[in-house]
Design a protein around this ligand. Structure first.
Ligand SMILES: Cc1cc2nc3c(=O)[nH]c(=O)nc-3n(C[C@H](O)[C@H](O)[C@H](O)COP(=O)(O)O)c2cc1C
Length: 329
């Protein structure tokens, strides 16, 4: 079937397919209108334009619900999404009214909303608006920007992609050929622990907060980054608690940890007392076991470390002290 011709040599399907091969990041571009209403859309047309002056651009479809708001506003923000924000990308890629509902925003006095947890962000004054076919090209002069250690989300041929640790240059290729290590967090605040949920085909599934353990030059850095990415605040690992297999390709090192900052609860991330844990919503048996063991051990303040080796084995920790290498020289 022949599709609409854009030009004698270019049909629209071919053009879309060709553009789709361009690997991009994913951004959410936002603005605020005169009535203080926030607008935003997922956009991968973002690109850097000039270093001096600092200019970036993004193309907004004239058919987008937010088109008028972007044209009338004198500023906009670009949030470059991190690998954990595919749900945000999907939400902002549809014309819905509740895009900002339950969305954590960066807590700053910025002229346009910035999505919290993104890998980098820029707030711009609109520098030029250039009519460009069925889009308008917004050139923005960057007024303020910042970046975080979160790995970016990618997009190609209609699919969202996370960079492999190898592609990020964080581990040698040989390591990624084998199992991947994920950090799981048994985060304690008083008598509560943090759990996260995801929606799987309409069902809410709870688990321990987990994320890749692949960033950073040392284990300590990797744990800091992982904790911050997954929980949005700084944590201090107390001790290794469990080593479990999540799947044929992923092993999870679960750490007990104390919060160093205030943990912002959100619909996705909540703190639970033992009696409030949504047991029926936890699908992974090993996570249930870890939580039950944790609450039982917490009652006597004697903790074990579990290894998923053979039948599985557990050793008790009788005390913890700061490592003194000179004692062994
Ligand atoms: C990965 C991805 C990238 C997109 N990039 C753009 C873009 O650069 N410009 C654009 O106008 N729409 C883009 N879209 C489509 C808009 O996000 C979509 O039309 C959205 O519904 C617009 O929101 P609004 O109608 O509420 O303004 C993209 C969608 C996806 C999934």
């Amino acid at each position: 079937m022949r599709s609409t011709s854009l030009h004698e040599n270019v049909d629209s399907d071919k053009f879309r397919r060709t553009l789709g091969r361009f690997l991009t990041g994913v951004t959410v571009v936002t603005t605020t209108d005169r009535a203080s209403r926030r607008w935003g859309m997922t956009a991968n047309s973002f690109t850097s334009v000039s270093l001096d002056p600092p200019l970036v651009s993004v193309c907004i479809s004239k058919r987008a619900g937010s088109y008028k708001a972007f044209c009338e506003s004198s500023s906009f923000a670009i949030s470059i999404l991190s690998e954990f924000q595919e749900d945000v990308a999907r939400k902002f890629a549809s014309p819905r009214d509740d895009k900002f509902e339950d969305l954590e925003l960066l807590d700053a006095d910025l002229r346009a909303p910035v999505v919290d947890g993104c890998t980098a962000w820029l707030v711009c004054d609109t520098y030029r608006q250039i009519d460009a076919g069925d889009h308008v090209l917004l050139l923005g002069r960057v007024e303020v920007c910042d970046s975080s250690p979160h790995a970016p989300l990618g997009y190609c041929e209609g699919n969202f992609l996370a960079l492999t640790a190898e592609a990020r240059g964080e581990v040698p290729a040989a390591q990624t050929a084998g199992r991947e290590i994920v950090a799981g967090w048994l985060v304690e605040q008083g008598d509560k622990v943090a759990l996260v949920n995801e929606s799987h085909e309409g069902t809410i599934v709870w688990s321990l907060p987990m994320g890749p353990l692949t960033s950073g030059r040392t284990m300590s850095e990797a744990l800091n980054i992982s904790g911050k990415c997954v929980l949005g605040c700084a944590v201090e690992p107390t001790f290794l608690y469990s080593v479990i297999d999540l799947s044929e390709t992923h092993t999870c090192h679960v750490y007990r940890a104390q919060l160093l900052d205030h943990l912002e609860e959100s619909p996705r991330l909540r703190l639970f007392r033992k009696q409030d844990i949504p047991w029926a919503g936890i699908s992974d048996r090993s996570v249930i076991t870890i939580l039950k063991r944790y609450f039982s051990e917490k009652a006597t303040d004697r903790f074990g470390v579990y290894l998923n080796v053979g039948q599985g084995k557990i050793a008790q920790i009788t005390g913890e002290q700061v490592w003194d290498p000179t004692a062994w020289e």
